[in-house]
Design a protein around this ligand. Structure first.
Ligand SMILES: Nc1ncnc2c1ncn2[C@@H]1O[C@H](COP(=O)(O)OP(=O)(O)OP(=O)(O)O)[C@@H](O)[C@H]1O
Ligand SMILES: [Mg+2]
Length: 345
């Protein structure tokens, strides 16, 4: 992503990583929103603590920037447990996973980000590890190879994925608890922003915070990022961080009133103008905007559905009347686009 892609919910740079680290809530009590998930996690962690055992394995599912990594850290922190962080793409062989698992200390929390991208062979090793805290290691080569069982220290696996649907059932079933993170509402985002403003020592008023909250794609990561740009703007222009500063700063970065970014807009305009409002299949859409279908499905679409710009129908994605209005376009005729080939539903 480029630097000016302010509303890309995916993590941008090393600088952002450090910034996020500083703002990350450290406990469930500090974690804003996701009330249901928070309550469920609290119960799971408390019960485990009372029985002096490691908490069940936890799967965190949801679009980027909603707090999956943050929650994984909280799970470790609340239980006073060490945390080991890894990710699916880093585990390309069963041996990579065996090395991690065999070096865990008792009670450790193992976080595997993007767990849907782990190698298949590692996935199978993980089934046994999750269930019995045991793995089988192959020793030797060829005909003389034997498998040697190895006991592991009890651990809690926290997996994160933007695509829960891509996980094989045997893996999904081995998690004791799956948390589906939802986009945040504006009141929650205002809380996230208020907290971040205090931590940044930024003097910003309520209406300005509300204005940012309405434009951050329901995503705390984007909220914090926009807040940073507003801080820059107020600094450079020597003014207060008020609504005018927010509007000027966000207009400068091309973040519209609904918080749509360039890719969101490209997807919407493609559906509206090239496909007459839809329905259009996911793959056709992805090819038309030059983006991977996975990104459209996991990142763009959930947000557009959530704010009511598109609906998913059995025949494909369709623009809603609100979408036509937002883009100031008029639908030519009721059945425009209906005769287009539908490739992939
Ligand atoms: N509930 C929350 N309350 C306060 N801040 C939050 C909350 N959730 C996320 N944040 C902020 O948003 C930032 C991004 O969150 P996090 O890194 O946990 O997202 P993620 O779901 O892991 O994203 P990705 O899928 O890209 O890995 C954090 O640094 C944190 O400051
Ligand atoms: Mg993360």
């Amino acid at each position: 992503m480029s630097d000016d892609d302010l509303t890309d919910p995916q993590l941008a740079s090393e600088a952002e990583l450090a910034f996020e680290g500083a703002l990350r809530p450290k406990s469930l009590g500090e974690f804003v929103g996701q009330t249901r998930v928070r309550g469920q996690l609290q119960l799971l962690l408390s019960a485990a603590a009372m029985q002096q055992r490691t908490p069940d394995h936890i799967l965190l599912a949801g679009p980027p920037g909603l707090g999956k990594t943050t929650l994984a850290m909280i799970v470790a922190h609340e239980g006073g447990r060490p945390l080991r962080m890894s990710s699916g793409p880093a585990i390309q062989h069963a041996g990579d996973l065996a090395a991690i698992l065999s070096s865990l200390v008792p009670g450790e929390v193992l976080f595997i980000d993007e767990i849907h991208r782990m190698a298949r062979s590692a996935e199978e090793m993980l089934y046994l590890a999750m269930e019995d805290f045991r793995i089988d290691i192959m020793v030797g080569k060829g005909a003389g190879a034997t498998s040697v069982p190895l006991d592991l220290a009890p651990f809690t696996l926290v997996g994160a994925t933007t695509r829960a649907g891509l996980l094989p059932n045997p893996l999904r079933d081995r998690f004791g608890f799956t948390a589906h993170l939802e986009f945040y509402d504006e009141a929650e985002l205002e809380q996230v922003l208020g907290r971040a403003a205090v931590m940044l020592g930024l003097d910003i008023d309520g209406p300005a915070i509300a204005e940012i909250a309405g434009r951050c794609r329901g995503t705390p990561r984007i909220a914090n990022r926009l807040l940073r740009r507003v801080r820059d703007y107020a600094l450079v222009h020597g003014g207060r961080a008020d609504v005018e500063a927010v509007r000027a700063a966000l207009d400068l970065y091309d973040v519209d009133a609904l918080g749509l970014d360039r890719l969101d807009r490209a997807v919407m305009l493609t559906i509206l103008t090239r496909f007459g409002g839809g329905p259009v299949g996911l793959n056709t859409l992805a090819v038309s905007v030059g983006e991977e279908a996975e990104t459209i499905e996991a990142v763009v679409e959930p947000f557009l559905v959530r704010i009511g710009l598109i609906t998913r129908t059995p025949r494909g994605r369709m623009a809603t009347p609100m979408a036509w209005r937002h883009f100031g376009l008029v639908r030519e005729s009721e059945d425009a686009g209906a005769t287009l080939p539908i490739d992939d539903l």
